[in-house]
Design a protein around this ligand. Sequence first.
Ligand SMILES: [Zn+2]
Length: 82
Amino acid sequence: MENTTKDKCRNCGEKISVYKNQSAKVDHSKEDAKWNQYGGWVCSRSCDYNACVTMESSFPGAGVTKTPGQSSMRKIKENWGE
Ligand SMILES: [Zn+2]
């Protein structure tokens, strides 16, 4: 029986397998995938970072954002370490 769900990195589209216990691994690298601040899996710290920047840049009145906001940074550090 299939015990994983196929998903993909919200930033780069890398294939990710999601397990029933809500952990996830990147198919290609076998590294752990992490849950992004704004929802969706990400395959690496840089994808996590870029997904936050892309999302926050789309907020009304945000202008051009180059670094994630404080709560996003907190989540990124929680996901990948300092
Ligand atoms: Zn990615």
